[in-house]
Design a protein around this ligand. Structure first.
Ligand code: AMP
Ligand code: GLY
Length: 430
């Protein structure tokens, strides 16, 4: 079977690599892909934010029997609906289900209505009212632009002055565009004794009836070591997560995962695809920090390499609503992913820097490309904020992280920045 994957980052490279292992896949296409993906798939230069253009491409490529929509923005724009309407088989939720990520105000209201544990909040579309509410409340306070903002629309404000500046940035200066027309003002969640709560990402396959959570992973959202600096799309991940024990897992499935899938059904928005639960462990138990309507990036880069089952089989089981009928198996052990970013990310950065490797990756080390491009001159160059993902497997997180960091010494581009502490947090505490 020939398969199209939509997207162009490290997550898509990991999905393409997993599909390439399927004995049932003949040829892969990726729209638009990147220099790494191009080694496994034919890259297609069509704008995936143009639903009709993607539909037309598929209509005229009758060899392609299945399409995987990986990023949030085409899902929010209804690409799955458009392709299904034209009779194509698709992996990814329809527009009204993708709302669970596309509007934080929607997601918060859903959790409130169905009693799914999350931080207390209010939603505002008026700057003055938001400001008055924030000033009367406690600090730190969390401000979130309602819409999609590449993981950057969340501001944690320590005092009234910072909150005022943040509200101004989101609501008046429109730093995140129309995503900031509404703002969610949230209670700041902590772990025990005001230490930051432990966070875990649980990517979950669901066909709207059955859920199959993938192995848990931990992201590092802040730009700098020690969880300092601005929020980013994610600077690195590891799996497994020591604190996500079987007991915590079972409780989370009962109180959060299943109720969310049921709530979406009850709202007439059945969710089929990957539902991503961003969770925080608090003294009152697990709470939802965010939902995403898709695989996480860079969580996927540590989760899919551990998958033993054929990914295409799982995708098709979701599409055909027979997820309950298949067994999904995972490798034992650990995987770590370190993101190599352009200097300046998540703010302004330059593109077009030459990338070189002075040694090939060793056993159990693999490189997924995120923002890369190969010029007509054959030279590999940076083409985005997050550039490369250096991933490694090991028996333990410590072994995997050692392997990943050892290899990073062989990768070079001007301005390259990365966190030195991926895989250390939570493990240090056992
Ligand atoms: P989000 O994009 O909603 O996942 O938020 C990005 C990051 O901000 C999360 O991974 C948390 O570390 C932090 N964060 C978001 N909401 C809260 C909250 N209510 N309390 C504490 N930290 C939060
Ligand atoms: N790593 C966080 C996300 O994919 O949204």
């Amino acid at each position: 079977m020939n398969v199209l994957v939509i997207g162009n980052g490290g997550r898509e490279h990991a999905i393409v690599a997993a599909l390439a292992k399927s004995p049932r896949v003949d040829k892969l296409y990726c729209m638009k892909g990147n220099a790494g993906i191009a080694e496994l798939a034919e890259c297609v230069d069509v704008d995936y934010m143009d639903n009709a253009a993607v539909g037309d491409w598929l209509d005229s490529h009758t060899d392609v029997r299945y399409t995987v929509i990986a990023p949030d923005d085409p899902l929010a724009a209804g690409l799955a609906d458009e392709l299904e309407r034209r009779g194509h088989r698709v992996f990814g939720p329809i527009k009204k289900a993708a709302q669970i990520e596309a509007s934080k105000a929607f997601a918060k209201a859903l959790m409130k209505k169905y009693g799914i544990p999350t931080a207390a909040y209010e939603t505002f579309d008026d700057y003055e009212k938001a400001l008055a509410y924030v000033r009367a409340g406690k600090f730190p306070v969390v401000l979130k632009a309602d819409g999609l903002a590449l993981g950057k629309g969340v501001l944690i404000c320590e005092d009234a002055a910072a909150a005022e500046a943040g509200l101004r940035q989101i609501m008046l200066d429109k730093a995140f565009g129309a995503a900031g027309n509404k703002v969610v003002v949230e209670e700041f969640l902590t772990g025990k004794e005001f230490t930051p709560g432990e966070e875990v990402s649980v990517l979950t396959f669901t066909d709207g009836k059955t859920i199959v959570p993938m192995i848990p992973s931990c992201d590092h959202k802040r730009a700098l070591d020690g969880d300092k600096g601005l929020n980013t799309g994610g600077m690195g991940t590891f799996t497994p997560c020591p604190f996500y024990s079987e007991q915590v897992r079972d409780e989370t499935e009962d109180k959060i995962l299943l109720p969310t899938v049921s709530a979406m059904n009850a709202e007439g928005r059945p969710f089929k695809g990957v539902l991503y639960f961003g969770l925080m462990r608090t003294p009152e138990g697990m709470k939802v920090v965010e939902y995403n309507s898709r695989f996480g990036d860079p969580e996927t880069q540590v989760v899919l390499p551990m998958l033993k089952t054929d990914l295409l089989e799982i995708f098709e089981a979701v599409t055909d609503e027979r997820l309950a009928d298949i067994d999904i198996e995972w490798e034992e052990g650990a995987c770590v992913c370190v993101v190599l970013a352009s200097g300046g990310y998540p703010q302004k950065y330059e593109k077009g820097k030459e990338i070189t490797f002075d040694a090939p990756p060793g056993e159990d080390v693999f490189v997924y490309h995120a923002g890369t491009v190969r010029g007509a001159d054959g030279v590999l160059r940076t083409n985005g904020g997050r550039v490369l993902n250096i991933c490694a497997k090991g028996r333990t997180v410590e072994e995997a992280r050692q392997r990943a960091y050892d290899y990073i010494r062989h990768v070079h581009f001007e301005g390259m920045q990365f966190r030195k502490d991926i895989g250390i947090k939570y493990n240090a505490k056992g």
